[in-house]
Design a protein around this ligand. Structure first.
Ligand code: ADP
Ligand code: MG
Length: 353
């Protein structure tokens, strides 16, 4: 359905000072004119934890701050990227050879995640090159999802440049997977709200299958987002992935303890569904299965019947396999399991379950 596609609108550039400014910069940079513009918003999560990577529902809304890209498809496979912020250096690559550097997640790698996602999805034989100028107003590494806005916007630009279309839900799912090329194991909230957000409403986002339900915001209400100015670069550190891995290991241990196929399970919600338990009942299982002391990788491996090496290489993400993350993983695990289920149960009473 056309309504499910990302909307395209025609604008008079003279009435859009921001686009006009971007166009002028584009012309001065690439000596040609942008053929289209794409925009993707940042987001704020209105309630609590980021439990999307556990398979649980979240309640984000889009914010005005965004990523805006002026783009021009090329007849050659060259991709030229530039940014209005001089902190982000120019980058050129070949559309036939997209390489994403997880070890050094510079800004262009996020862009390339979006490009690669679309190229792989459509198995493009001769993907279009492009000139792109990026402008962003989302404070980076501040928890407002600048990275996903950049991945989604780059995905959208690549889609357009290659003359393809995809419904918003599919784009959201594709871009959720695409951002993982940079190494972060996100659950899909950020990319989902980026594509599915609508004015005047937050969205209850549920997964598997992905769906978004309007949650009307009270008339006249204003949301104040405070920036602590402490940045956390999610792809350059292991903090984010450690949380995801803690929950993944918890899901596997719970599944194993109940005789489920633990290898096939990576999310706490999947285990809950398989066990057909309420959140309160899951909490009781958590308290029964886990001991209060921190777990070691060796103990978890033993419980699962695999070696520590297998656990690291087959279950953990690249950036949580090494010793650096091990202590943290141990320290946090116990606490995290309980918090996730207790948090969910409380939500159940107060909000929507
Ligand atoms: P966030 O919470 O904002 O998603 P991340 O650490 O996941 O934080 O991603 C931040 C990274 O996204 C930045 O280090 C930068 O590489 C990229 N990024 C964000 N905004 C821009 C921008 N305007 N232009 C280029 N890259 C950006
Ligand atoms: Mg991010």
């Amino acid at each position: 359905m056309a309504a499910d596609l990302p909307p395209t609108i025609s604008v008079q550039l003279v009435e859009e000072p921001r686009l006009l400014k971007l166009k002028k910069m584009f012309i001065s940079k690439f000596k040609s004119t942008p053929k289209f513009y794409a925009r993707a918003p940042g987001r704020v999560n209105l309630i609590g934890e980021h439990i999307d990577y556990c398979g649980y529902a979240v309640l984000p809304m889009a914010i005005e701050q965004d990523i805006l890209i002026a783009a021009e498809p090329l007849n050659t496979p060259a991709i030229h990227l530039a940014n209005t912020n001089p902190l982000y250096s120019d980058f050129t690559t070949n559309a036939n050879n997209i390489q994403i550097n997880q070890m050094e997640p510079l800004w262009h790698n996020y862009f390339l995640c979006g490009v690669k996602g679309i190229e792989d999805h459509f198995s493009l034989d001769s993907p279009s090159g492009m000139n792109c100028l990026v402008e962003g107003t989302i404070p980076p590494s501040s928890g407002l999802s600048s990275s996903s806005a950049l991945v989604c916007c780059a995905g959208l630009v690549t889609l357009m440049a290659n003359g393809k279309t995809l419904p918003k839900v599919e784009l959201a799912e594709l871009c959720s997977k695409s951002e993982r090329y940079i190494g972060t194991e996100g659950g899909g909230m950020d990319q989902s709200i980026c594509f599915l957000a609508e004015k005047g409403t937050a969205k209850l986002i549920e997964f598997n299958p992905l769906r978004a339900t309007d949650v009307r915001l009270p008339e006249g209400v204003a949301f104040l987002i405070a920036n602590s100015c402490v940045e956390m670069n999610k792809a350059a550190t292991s903090h984010f992935n450690i949380r995801v891995m803690e929950c993944r290991l918890a899901a596997k241990l719970l599944a194993k303890s109940r005789g489920l196929d633990w290898k096939a399970m990576a999310k706490l919600q999947e285990v809950q569904v398989k066990l057909k338990l309420s959140l309160e009942e899951m909490l009781a299982v958590v308290e029964e299965v886990f001991h209060p002391e921190p777990y070691s990788i060796e103990e978890i491996g033993k419980n699962l019947g695999i070696s520590s090496k297998e656990l690291r290489t087959q279950i953990l993400s690249q950036n949580t396999q090494d010793g650096c993350s091990r202590n943290k993983l141990n320290q946090c695990m116990q606490l995290m399991f309980f918090n996730y289920f207790k948090g969910q149960c409380q939500w159940g009473k107060n909000v929507w379950f």
